[in-house]
Design a protein. Structure first.
Lengths: 649, 311
């Protein structure tokens, strides 16, 4: 017995020691640090993943990574992992985390990433550091390229034949006919091949599936890159097309998962690949434009290995967008366009007053998913804001899918409540018509609250003051009032402002004009020329009546008046002997002055000489007429008397 | 004849010519329908207006029943559809205000309901300025909105520009009537000055003509200003809680950047229910006059008020 005891105690004590040993000491966390590349260029991204597993049931926590200052760090993003493995008769259950960091180097050099640590079993566990090499910007790490070629069976459109180096001399071999690879590419569809290449080396071309659309209708923008110099990749820094008047959903982000097509144009072989596809939904009516995509072709034959690559850009495109037609537009139409179906589930159907039901509505179809449904509102039914669950699906180039609206509806009035219909108002571009999709919700039985519960703060609790909506009542009679008319809107108003003063001024002006004309007539009536002509007339009449003295006297008066007209002098006041001299002094021509003096003397002789002969008087009158006409041709000169009268006037 | 009379007549002619020049300018350049009359820069366009028959009393009674049933959104949808179809009636605008107000106080309330209610009542008031009920509702809603905004902005009152304040003192037609009265006074004064011989009467005529010229200038000027404001600005109501003022590029404007304003720290945003005047539309932005200043706003934050500004 004593010999047996030592042999039994040793393993028992050892097992006891092991059992009592702190579990943390036993908890061996398994750490593994993985890097997506060991060699990369400045600006490239490096993914660092730390997997930490533990067998003791407590997953490691708090991952940390030591990173040099020359890196920009994003993360970590942490996921949990569970792992069960059976080795022989032993099952090992491990739990752990997987932490990922995204690093972007900013300077070239050789760096050490790590160590990475986690908290496990009360201690920090550590994974060893890893060295990487960072190349200057623009240089391609050779190992990375080689790794890409070996990375798996996935199809790489920029390396469709599985070459390790995407900048190889594929096309050299193609031209020489040494490789059947080019012909293995699918032929480009007819609409993809441009009638004329837009460039000799490379170009990008954008297509729209619709040129006219309504607001909310999907317009698909597809952009293909065409290259004639072999394989290419997309250089970093592409400038995406601007589309401020559209809501956009990207269908194709880049060409990495798109088929590569080949075609031959004018003896030159081209490859084409779709590099972008965007579903655009116009937000407003008008002629809307979509900006160009600036794309960089990266490849040995496309302008070197610079990071910019060979830059090409698409043309600017426009779409004519109109509103859905007003004709037939249902009330409450919110602009949804597409083809959708609507279904709804209500549960439960029996609740107490004040309770809630769940209404789950599902919209499924093609188009931009509707943002809201039209609710059947009624008193006593309160619809709370729904929670949405989307399942967006892309069928070909058409966006669609389903959206679930989960409502909580509170029913406050007892009785059987007909909830009515959920409705979705749509415009279908295919048919050009509006659709109202209904989902009947059925009835819900709402039990009255127990009598004891009613007064206790239910909906019937007194409200604080009248509500605003009780101040105004809905009106049912149209007023038919014309919008207020404004005088200034009518041009007659401005004429009205001017017509009064204008009439007064016109009247005043006419009166003044009348007075001026009358005054001129009066002056003319009073002038010596008029009197002289009148005296000549009287002389002729007297001669015709054979009243010779009267004729001579009238002729003499005509001469005096004509002289006064021509000289302003009253010739009667002067002696005959000095008359000619005075008239000449007054500016009359001497011959005329002499003749006037002579004729006046002759008139005096005949008048004083008794009964003159008719022939003599007739001759005299002819001479007087000639003289008077000549005198009246002279410019008039005012006499002092006339001037005084003018001043008085 | 008195030689001085001709001189006085010439003066009267000069004065009257000035009057006629002013009136002529009004007729030629500013009268509506004239070739140079400017169109409102951003006169709102209803999309594809459709000539639909006015709703019958039975339809309105059915809407009233729906409203009493609590189906506010259905009523609003129907009224908005009529509005989109170009129906403009004070009753429909008022009812729209009632429906929005009802929904704003129901469990189905939405954020813009009170602003939309203000827009409905403003439109009703624009179409029927004698609608006291709409005026009362507007006042109460604005009180509620002011209380809701809290102490910091409760006292915000945007003082209108001097010109708008002057033209708004009395109706535009009152100013136009004053101008007509001034024109009449000018006519009588000129007539007395030019046609009557009594010295006292002629002196009175001169005074009347000068007074008439003053009334004509003031009344006509303010009537024309009212016409200009009506033609070139479109009233609108802010329907969101607060509309942030922007610059022409759409960047938010701080209160300090706007310069001194009577609005103080709240000068960088327009509260819900405020009446602003749209001067220009550029893309999704509108240039507005609010208070004594101008700024830009997101057009979606406003609802244009029909019945004014040629809507």
């Amino acid at each position: 017995m004593r010999a047996w005891l030592p042999s039994l105690w040793v393993p028992l004590v050892f097992a006891l020691v092991l059992w009592c040993w702190p579990r943390s000491a036993l908890a061996q966390a398994d750490l593994e640090l993985q890097l997506s590349a060991r060699e990369l260029a400045v600006g490239d991204r490096l993914t660092v993943q730390l997997d930490a597993m533990s067998e003791d049931g407590d997953a490691p926590t708090d991952p940390e990574l030591v990173v040099p200052n020359s890196f920009e760090v994003q993360g970590p993003s942490i996921g949990t992992r569970q792992q069960v493995s059976i080795t022989g008769f032993r099952m090992v259950r491990q739990s752990g985390i997987s932490a990922s960091w995204l690093l972007t180097p900013t300077r070239p050099g050789v760096y050490s990433i790590g160590p990475a640590t986690v908290q496990a079993g009360g201690q920090r566990r550590q994974a060893q550091a890893v060295q990487i090499r960072v190349l200057p910007e623009g240089q391609r790490p050779q190992r990375q390229q080689q790794r890409r070629g070996r990375r798996g069976p996935g199809f790489n459109p920029f390396d469709p034949f599985g070459n390790d180096d995407s900048f190889d001399d594929l096309f050299d071999r193609l031209r020489a006919g040494a490789s059947p690879g080019f012909d293995r590419l699918p032929a480009a569809p007819g609409d993809l091949v441009p009638p004329q290449p837009l460039d000799d080396i490379a170009f990008v071309e954008a297509h729209l599936d619709l040129q006219r659309a309504v607001v909310g209708q999907q317009v698909t923008l597809s952009i293909y890159a065409h290259g004639s110099q072999g394989l290419f990749q997309e250089a970093a820094g592409a400038r995406e097309p601007s589309h401020p008047d559209f809501l956009a959903q990207r269908l194709v982000e880049d060409g990495s998962h798109q088929p590569v097509y080949q075609y031959t144009r004018d003896g030159q072989r081209w490859i084409a690949v779709k590099v972008r596809e965007i579903a655009l939904f116009p937000l407003r009516a008008g002629r809307l434009s979509i900006g160009p995509l600036e794309f960089g072709f990266l490849g040995r034959r496309y302008g070197g290995r610079g990071a910019e690559g060979l830059r090409r850009q698409t043309q600017t495109l426009t779409v004519d967008v109109s509103e859905p037609p007003a004709m037939g537009r249902p009330a409450g139409y919110a602009g949804d366009v597409g083809d959708f179906e609507l279904s709804a589930v209500v549960e439960p159907r029996h609740i107490p007053a004040g309770g809630s039901i769940a209404v789950t509505a599902r919209v499924q179809g093609t188009g931009r998913l509707p943002g809201a449904l039209k609710l059947p509102e009624q008193a006593g039914v309160e619809w709370l804001e729904p929670t949405l669950h989307d399942d967006v699906a892309i069928t070909g180039t058409t966006l669609g899918g389903s959206r679930s609206f989960n409502y909580v509806v509170r029913l406050t009035r007892a009785g059987v409540v007909d909830l009515g219909n959920l409705s979705l108002l749509l415009f279908s571009p295919k048919t050009g018509r509006y659709r109202i999709v209904l989902a009947p919700l059925g009835e819900v039985t709402v039990d009255a609250p127990p009598p004891s519960a009613a007064p206790a703060g239910g909906p019937a609790a007194p409200a604080a003051g009248p509500r605003l909506s009780e101040l105004v009542k809905f009106r049912t009679q149209l007023r038919g009032l014309e919008p207020p008319s404004h005088w200034v809107d009518h041009s007659v108003f401005f004429w009205l402002l001017g017509v009064g003063p204008l009439l007064v001024l016109m009247t005043a002006g006419l009166g003044q004009l009348q007075r001026r004309v009358r005054r001129r007539l009066e002056r003319r009536e009073r002038s010596q020329a008029t009197h002289a002509a009148r005296a000549l007339g009287e002389a002729r009449q007297a001669l015709a009546r054979a009243e010779l003295p009267g004729a001579v006297s009238a002729a003499e008066r005509a001469i005096y008046l004509a002289l006064e007209w021509a000289t302003g002098l009253r010739a009667r006041a002067f002696l005959r002997s000095e008359l000619a001299h005075r008239l000449s002094g007054a500016g009359l021509a001497p011959a005329l002055a002499n003749e006037a003096a002579e004729l006046l003397g002759r008139c005096g002789e005949l008048r004083l000489g008794g009964n003159p002969e008719s022939s003599t008087a007739s001759d005299l009158l002819r001479r007087v007429e000639v003289l008077v006409k000549r005198l009246l041709r002279e410019p008039p000169r005012r006499s002092h008397a006339d001037a005084a009268e003018e001043v008085r006037a | 004849m008195n030689p001085c009379r001709g001189v006085g007549a010439r003066r009267a002619l000069v004065c009257a010519s000035l009057v006629l020049a002013v009136v002529g300018a009004g007729v030629a350049g500013l009268a509506p329908g004239s070739a140079s009359a400017a169109e409102p820069p951003s006169a709102p366009q209803l999309t594809e207006p459709e000539t639909a028959p006015s709703p019958s009393a039975a339809e309105l009674e059915a809407l009233q029943a729906e409203l009493q049933r609590g189906a506010f959104s259905d009523v609003i949808d129907r009224l908005e559809l009529w509005s989109d179809q170009g129906m403009l009636d004070a009753t429909l605008s008022f009812d729209r205000g009632v429906a929005y107000l009802g929904r704003a106080e129901s469990p189905a309330k939405r954020a813009t309901d009170l602003g939309q209610a203000v827009a409905g009542f403003e439109e009703a008031l624009a179409l029927d300025p004698a609608d006291d009920e709409a005026q009362l509702a507007l006042g109460r809603i604005r009180e509620v909105l002011s209380e809701r905004r809290g102490k910091d902005t409760a006292g915000v009152v945007a003082r209108p520009r001097l010109l708008r304040a002057l033209t708004g003192l009395v109706g535009e037609n009152v100013w136009a009537g004053l101008a007509v009265f001034g024109s009449l006074l000018v006519s009588l004064g000129l007539a007395a000055r030019l046609f009557l011989r009594s010295l006292e009467v002629r002196l009175g005529g001169s005074i009347a003509a000068v007074s008439g010229l003053f009334f004509l200038a003031v009344g006509g000027g303010l009537a024309l200003a009212g016409h200009h404001l009506r033609q070139h600005f479109v009233p609108a109501v802010v329907i969101v809680d607060e509309a942030r003022l922007l610059d022409a590029e759409g960047r938010p404007v701080s209160a300090g950047a706007r310069g001194p304003s009577s609005l103080g720290a709240a000068a960088d945003r327009v509260p819900e229910g405020s009446l602003v005047h749209i001067a220009e539309t550029r893309g999704g932005l509108v240039r507005i006059e609010w208070g004594d200043g101008e700024a830009w706003l997101n057009a979606a934050q406003l609802r244009r008020v029909g019945g004014r500004g040629g809507v």
